[in-house]
Design a protein around this ligand. Structure first.
Ligand code: URA
Length: 191
């Protein structure tokens, strides 16, 4: 995949000439909002480029902040289990978050933080060119579709975006796990 990744670059705009590694570099130096003050590592996201499927979560938690990788803590374990039950291989998906640095005490990212990070996410979507974008929870659903209410929306595909629960919600409400799995299982039929 490395050679493909090298040729997927922007030709114009803010990130002209950059590939995903360039965006990663920008994120690691980013000081556009106050989250940079307390981060250990930024968490740009990971996966192949291009990729048929992109998963978008909310923001890094404690483990992600330590390791610089998305979904490697408790929510990540739920996600890994759900992906495998849904017949998906994690390493074939591009996984990222709306916000690339950890909010203090894992609070929800603020609107200003989401806005500050927005162009990184848009650049990643452009470069990765997914056929399906899977939105994990209310924060990415609001950020990308301007809609709230994952409980009602989950399982729906809206403008190429499949809405489902955030894996952390499964940690609080185990009964959501089969719903997360069945939503993710739709992805195979969409690509
Ligand atoms: N929650 C998220 O939304 N993203 C992560 O990377 C980890 C936990």
């Amino acid at each position: 995949m490395a050679s493909i990744r090298q040729i997927v670059i922007f030709s114009q705009g803010e990130y002209a000439g950059m590939n995903l590694d360039g965006i990663r570099e920008e994120i690691s130096r980013c000081r556009r909002c106050a989250l940079c003050e307390h981060r250990r590592l930024s968490v740009p996201g990971e996966g192949p480029c291009p990729a048929e499927v992109m998963l978008i979560g909310e923001a890094p938690g404690a483990q992600e902040d330590l390791q610089g990788r998305p979904f490697v803590g408790r929510a990540g374990a739920v996600l890994d289990r759900a992906l495998s039950q849904a017949g998906l291989q994690r390493d074939r998906l591009f996984i990222t978050n709306v916000v690339k640095c950890r909010p203090p005490s894992n609070r929800r990212p603020l609107q200003g933080e989401i806005r500050a990070c927005r162009s990184y996410l848009e650049a990643q979507i452009e470069l990765v060119r997914p056929r399906v974008v899977c939105l994990l929870g209310n924060v990415p659903t609001q950020a990308l579709l301007g809609m709230q209410g994952v409980t009602a929306l989950h399982g729906q595909v809206i403008e190429g975006h499949l809405v489902t629960f955030h894996p952390a919600a499964v940690l609080r409400r185990a009964e959501l796990e089969p719903l997360l799995i069945s939503d993710l299982a739709q992805i195979g039929g969409l690509i």
